[in-house]
Design a protein around this ligand. Structure first.
Ligand code: HEM
Length: 427
């Protein structure tokens, strides 16, 4: 069984405690497991973790093949251990943590509200909210102050995802008007409220964090930023105000004509995936490494598909820690072409993310409306001068490593300054 060093009394606890000393003390557990997998021969595809009594036994998965088997080949549900994390915020059992017919019924009910066609209807709303975000950035540019990019972005995306959630409730409500009356009606309302809270809980953070990391990574890679700006100028013209009008009139441009921007968002989600995939193992289900033929029983373990681990696996991705959007434009057969099943920020299979269309539309629209007007400059150096670190403060060589706060968030929220570009003029 592949696992970190193990002892009969404390299981893997001492080995993991030693690992945690080598990473920032607030780093997300998923990131330290991804690091462990990347530097430990024998643990590069998967490994078992036993931290009883502090947690349930897990099978950590870091290879595309085993991830595909876990979420796409086998019919594994969500583990009971998930509920205590989700239910208190959602206000009860939601379709994120339920299984069987209860989950299936909910998924079918919301399916249409999150289709690409329905998601496109939200673009005017997304543009409106992005305009409010731009106003906030302009105020910071005016004041030249240091602010937390994560917090500023999360506040705006809360509105967008909140509106999407309410809209999906309207769809649901109108097709079930009759059952909304009487006792059954109030039960349905209570159920719908839980699902809406769930959308807000799982949707708004991860979408905001994706936008934040896109802006951050672009600020660190000026040549890539230039290419994004050129693409936006080509599609929307160089006048920002009329570009926004064009976007309002032809929202489909977001999906049709921005291949490089799409590549940037995908590459950002590869390096900084805000979520992971968690399943419950079953007695008759084992995973199999296709290269070695070795099998891994899942009974008694929760298979945890570690997105950072799969996305940064050097056996499948060339130069895995570098930001290279061009991977997403490389044709099959090219060394940079992404490996099958290697990119899974939204997971795949029946339990994949129902909100992924909205999330991608939101991220791309926000980039179109911000990257040509603003230059972002992170202020980590100043932050570290004021708060000298007591231990390691980078992961994979990166200061804005992921910490756990609901979904993954950037360390210290990315202290940042923003400036309006001189070429933009007064808008
Ligand atoms: C960049 C943004 C997002 C990321 C990275 C993300 C990621 C994920 C992942 C990885 C899962 C599967 C979890 C698992 O397999 O255990 C998931 C499920 C889910 N997501 Fe998202 N998500 C995002 C945005 C959203 C949005 C905007 C919404 C709703 C408005 C949403 C609603 C959901 C729901 C309801 C599920 C459960 C689906 C089911 O079990 O059938 N997500 N998400």
């Amino acid at each position: 069984m592949p696992m970190p060093p193990w002892g009969p009394f404390l299981g893997n606890i001492p080995a993991l405690a030693a690992l945690n000393k080598r990473v920032p003390n607030d780093a997300r557990q998923a990131e330290s497991f991804a690091l462990l997998s990347s530097e430990s021969p024998g643990l590069e595809s998967c490994f078992y973790v036993d931290v009883w009594p502090f947690g349930f036994p897990i099978l950590v998965i870091t290879s595309p093949e085993l991830a595909m088997q876990t979420c796409q080949t086998h019919d594994l549900g969500k583990p009971d251990a998930l509920s205590p994390f989700i239910a208190p915020t959602a206000g009860g059992s939601s379709f994120f943590d339920s299984n069987g017919t209860e989950w299936k019924r909910s998924r079918e009910l919301f399916h249409h509200a999150f289709s690409m066609k329905a998601s496109m209807e939200h673009v005017p709303q997304i543009i409106e909210e992005a305009e409010a975000y731009v106003d906030i950035l302009r105020e910071h540019a005016e004041k030249q102050d240091i602010f937390l990019l994560d917090q500023a972005t999360c506040n705006c995306v809360m509105d967008i995802v909140g509106n999407v959630a309410l809209h999906s409730q309207v769809h649901h409500g109108s097709s079930h008007r009759r059952v909304h009356e009487g006792k059954a009606g109030s039960a349905i309302k209570a159920w719908a409220t839980i699902q809406i809270r769930l959308f807000l809980f799982v949707g708004h953070d991860s979408t905001a964090v994706t936008i934040v990391y896109c802006l951050y990574l672009l600020s660190k890679h000026p040549a890539i930023l230039d290419k994004v700006r050129v693409e936006h100028d080509k599609v929307f013209g160089t006048d920002l105000a009329s570009g926004t009008e064009l976007l309002k009139q032809r929202p489909k441009l977001i999906n049709r004509l921005l291949p490089y921007t799409t590549a940037v968002v995908k590459e950002t989600l590869r390096l900084y995936p805000p979520a992971n995939g968690l399943r419950q193992g079953l007695p008759n289900v084992s995973l199999r490494n296709p290269q070695t033929g070795q099998t891994f029983p899942t009974e008694g373990f929760a298979p945890w598909v570690l997105h950072s681990g799969v996305h940064r696996n050097a056996h499948h991705w060339p130069d895995p820690h570098s930001f290279i959007p061009d991977r997403w434009l490389a044709p099959p057969g090219h060394p940079l072409h992404p490996p099958a099943g290697g990119w899974r920020p939204f997971e795949h299979g029946p339990r994949d993310c129902i909100g992924q269309n909205i999330a991608l539309l939101d991220a791309k629209t926000t980039l179109v409306m911000t990257v040509r007007e603003f230059d972002f400059h992170d202020q980590y150096a100043e932050w570290d001068r004021l708060h000298p670190p007591r231990g390691p403060n980078t992961m994979f060589g990166e200061r804005a490593y992921l910490i756990q706060k609901g979904s993954g968030h950037p360390a210290q929220g990315i202290p940042c300054k923003v400036a309006r570009r001189e070429s933009v003029g007064d808008l």
